[in-house]
Design a protein around this ligand. Structure first.
Ligand SMILES: Nc1ncnc2c1ncn2[C@@H]1O[C@H](COP(=O)(O)OP(=O)(O)OP(=O)(O)O)[C@@H](O)[C@H]1O
Ligand SMILES: [Mg+2]
Length: 453
């Protein structure tokens, strides 16, 4: 069995220390002991303990001094303070310095056991929330660029649905900006001051996804050693963005349907129903209608999600947006990389505007990032964007000769298309197979065949 949390006991009285050690070891904790404040301080600085049970009065350094030191600790443990003198002044000061709780001596072991467990759970939950927060900060991008009629129509619809609480299904090819649209909807909604939480349904295995979404109680399944809230609860009051919804497995589809109908969830391993106020946005680039026909996606869920559908047109159907997007993306990448913003030469512009961009805005963004690095002179030239932007008008026959023979010419073409798809997906093979409209297995076979692994 995996050892429970590690706990430091700082107590100068040896008998008390040893009986605490025995108690906590019996509970399965990994225990470290310190007979005085100096030693406790050394242990806290050198090893990472999850919790510390600290006596107030100790030689060399007292418990309050240790708490003060922990203020600068990168990952401070949860602290329970022990005091023989139930004076409120000390207790208040200990709590003000961030202790989880204080216990009076003689210790009540049951109370200690319970408070220690609570303290550790609380600390774990806080660091989990911290992790979510970092994840969110990394994705604060909701500015939508493009003034083509198609995009204007889209803005109007975003405006109309934002203020409602209705579920929105965002559809569009890979890289068209589905996530950007989801962010914009949230930003303009009444929930803007609350969280937008994203879950990518394709990137998490089905078995873990349910726990990720709904949370779990301790012991709900092997490995669930703590209670953990899921993303639904974390998004309470705000918006949950379910990306790649077409990849959802059957069991999770059933559960999601229930949330959409009844507005409540149950954590795994619990039969307590938690009412929930979360707005759902979903996105997909797959053909949900076929998935329904083939029985891979529940029809009832499809209708629940499909209350309002926003379709983002592919970039090749709005060539007039390309330059505006290019200027915006270039500025953003240059700022991120702390580089000067280059200008774009007329020839490069022409190439960018005439290309079809099968990987849509994301492909354009990658192309410009590459050009930004290649263009040292401060001007993006045609050759800097040539690698990926292929004008739609050019004749592919130009690069083949009859001497190649049919088989080798087809292989050459196939190889080039695969390279292009991989370039536009940033090396992501799943995306590349989608762009090529073949299944992933076939793509892997081809990569092997052409020695492109
Ligand atoms: N209209 C737009 N204005 C500004 N930036 C955009 C726009 N559309 C897309 N982008 C940018 O293009 C990139 C891809 O967008 P996004 O991730 O939203 O696409 P997606 O449709 O979710 O793609 P996928 O299907 O691959 O998940 C992002 O960096 C995003 O900021
Ligand atoms: Mg996306």
């Amino acid at each position: 069995m995996r050892p429970k949390a590690s706990v430091l006991i700082a107590e100068d009285e040896s008998q008390a220390r040893e009986s605490l050690r025995a108690l906590l070891e019996d509970e399965g904790y990994q225990v470290l002991c310190a007979p005085d404040g100096m030693e406790a301080s050394r242990i806290l600085n050198q090893s990472s303990v999850e919790a510390a049970v600290i006596d107030i009065r100790m030689p060399f350094k007292d418990g309050l001094a240790l708490l003060r030191e922990l203020k600068d600790h990168p990952a401070p443990p949860a602290v329970l303070i022990m005091t023989a003198y139930g004076t409120s002044a000390v207790a208040i000061e200990a709590m003000a310095l961030g202790a989880f709780d204080y216990l009076t001596k003689p210790l009540n072991f049951d109370e200690l056991r319970i408070q220690l467990q609570r303290a550790i759970e609380d600390r774990r939950r806080t660091s989990e929330l911290e992790a979510y927060r970092i994840e969110e900060d990394a994705q604060q991008e909701s500015e939508i660029v493009g003034s083509s009629p198609a995009m204007q129509k889209l803005y109007k619809m975003i405006g109309q649905v934002s203020s409602t609480d209705s579920t929105v299904l965002i559809r569009g090819e890979s890289g068209t900006g589905k996530e950007v649209v989801a962010r914009a909807i949230h930003k303009h909604s009444l929930r803007a001051s609350r969280r937008l939480v994203k879950v990518n349904c394709a990137s998490i295995p089905e078995t873990l996804l349910e726990a990720e979404l709904f949370g779990h109680e301790r012991g709900a399944f092997t490995g669930a050693s703590q209670r953990r809230i899921g993303k639904f609860e974390y998004a309470a009051g705000g918006t949950l963005f379910l990306d790649e919804i077409g990849e959802l497995g059957h069991a999770t589809q059933v559960k999601l349907l229930r949330v959409l109908q009844d507005h409540c969830i149950e954590r795994l391993g619990s039969n307590i129903t938690i009412p929930l106020d979360v707005r759902i946005l979903a996105a997909t680039n797959c053909d949900l209608e076929s998935a329904v026909k083939e029985g891979r996606f529940r029809e009832d869920l499809y209708y629940r999600l499909n209350v309002v559908t926003l379709r983002i047109p592919p970039l090749r159907q709005r060539h007039e947006d390309i330059m505006e997007l290019a200027q915006f993306l270039l500025r953003r990448s240059a700022n991120r990389m702390k580089l000067q913003i280059p200008s774009i030469s007329e020839e490069a512009k022409e190439l960018l505007c005439n290309s079809d961009w099968p990987g849509n805005v994301r492909e354009l963004e990658h192309c410009l990032e590459r050009a930004l690095i290649l263009s040292r002179s401060g001007v993006i030239l045609r050759e800097h964007v040539e690698l990926s932007a292929v004008p739609s008008a050019s004749d592919p026959m130009d690069s083949f000769s009859l001497e190649d023979g049919l088989r080798s010419a087809v292989a050459k073409l196939e190889r080039r298309l695969i390279e292009k798809a991989l370039a536009s997906s940033g090396g992501n093979r799943t995306r590349a197979s989608e762009i090529l409209k073949i299944n992933r297995r076939l793509l892997y076979d081809k990569l092997r065949e052409y020695g492109m692994e």
